[in-house]
Design a protein around this ligand. Structure first.
Ligand code: KG4
Ligand code: ZN
Length: 311
């Protein structure tokens, strides 16, 4: 039984996963409401909230179970937020005399596909689209991945969040745009899909295009046009992501990360392996899952492990 701990951004999460990838418990305390009034995650506010939540969240996830190992996100993420999870993980592993796995958050997202009942077997080409990252990955085995392409500026989730802000919607913006887009016409506006060489992505031009469209509207018309703007904007992001996946020519495709929860993206990829909805956004089950394919750091070496902001 592996205890996973995840505190890289604004979710405080803990989960129990078996060696076979069965989820025994999966607790996620989202701080989204706390950050909503700032329109985005405030790192210091996140760290303090993680400190308050980490013990009750771990306690709820563990219950009365015995644990054989602790897995924790050690990179990439907000450094103060990561340190809360890493410190808790070290203390627990030490107190219980079990090894520690330091997990890369991005490997965690990919490993959401290795949990039961999906249990996806590599090789496949994976789109990882979240608030912090947008990458195309070549996954040859479960121990890692090779990066084929990445975003040159904003991540896809960041594009959703910034777009939602321009439209006066709440945070996090992906879910809000997804919902509003259902009432709009995706062909109402022709937003650009950036032409970037190779397999990289770019979303900053799209964001600017939305800014201009919103700015050019008389204030009283914005409310009426909002669903069309949301639908057209979402269409442009989905076209960019699907276009890149098609450009790889891969026949086995998987999608993970917060943006994998997007209903239009899911519908556009009927043959792809999609992370289950509950495992798209940040959670600790995927971290424990990745730990099954990551070498354990023995006691006492893990006491000197550091968190890192970058992957
Ligand atoms: O994977 P995640 O929870 O955190 C990071 O590792 O960044 O992803 C969060 C991102 C946010 O940008 C959020 O707006 C986006 O995922 N997201 C969505 C949807 N649900 C969450 N984007 C589009 N459509 C959704 N339904
Ligand atoms: Zn994430």
């Amino acid at each position: 039984m592996i205890l996973g701990i995840e505190t890289s951004c604004d979710e405080t999460a803990a989960a129990l996963v078996t060696q076979d990838g069965e989820i025994v418990s999966n607790v996620v305390a989202s701080q989204a409401e706390l950050h909503a009034r700032f329109g985005g995650v405030v790192p210091e506010v996140a760290s303090r909230r993680h400190l308050e939540l980490i013990t009750p969240v771990i306690r709820e996830a563990v219950g009365t179970h015995e644990i054989d190992a602790v897995a924790v996100t050690s990179r990439p993420g907000l450094i103060g937020a990561l340190l809360v999870g890493l410190s808790a993980a070290k203390a627990l592993a030490w107190a219980r005399g079990v090894p520690l796995h330091a997990v890369n958050h991005l490997h965690g997202h990919v490993a959401s596909l290795y949990l039961q009942p999906l249990d996806l077997e590599p090789p496949f080409t994976c789109l990882l689209a979240s608030g912090g990252h947008t990458m195309l990955l070549d996954v040859a085995d479960r121990t890692g991945y090779r990066v084929l392409g990445t975003t040159l500026d904003d991540a896809a989730g960041e594009a959703f969040d910034k777009g939602a802000r321009l439209l006066g919607l709440g945070y996090p913006g992906g879910r809000e745009i997804d919902a509003l887009a259902k009432q709009g016409d995706p062909a109402a506006y022709r937003f650009p899909v950036a032409r970037v060489p190779g397999l990289d992505f770019s979303f900053s031009g799209l964001k600017t295009a939305l800014l201009y469209a919103v700015r050019d509207l008389p204030p009283d018309e914005l409310a009426a046009r909002r669903p069309d703007l949301a639908a057209s904007y979402q269409r442009a992001i989905v076209r960019a992501l699907v276009g890149r996946l098609e450009a790889t020519g891969a026949d086995r495709i998987a999608v993970v990360g917060g943006v994998a929860a997007n209903s239009e993206l899911r519908a556009a990829l009927p043959d792809a392996a999609l992370a289950p909805l509950a495992l798209c956004t940040d959670n600790a089950a995927m971290i424990a899952s990745a730990a099954r394919y990551t070498e354990a750091v023995p006691y006492p070496d893990y006491l000197s492990l550091d968190a890192r902001a970058t992957a």
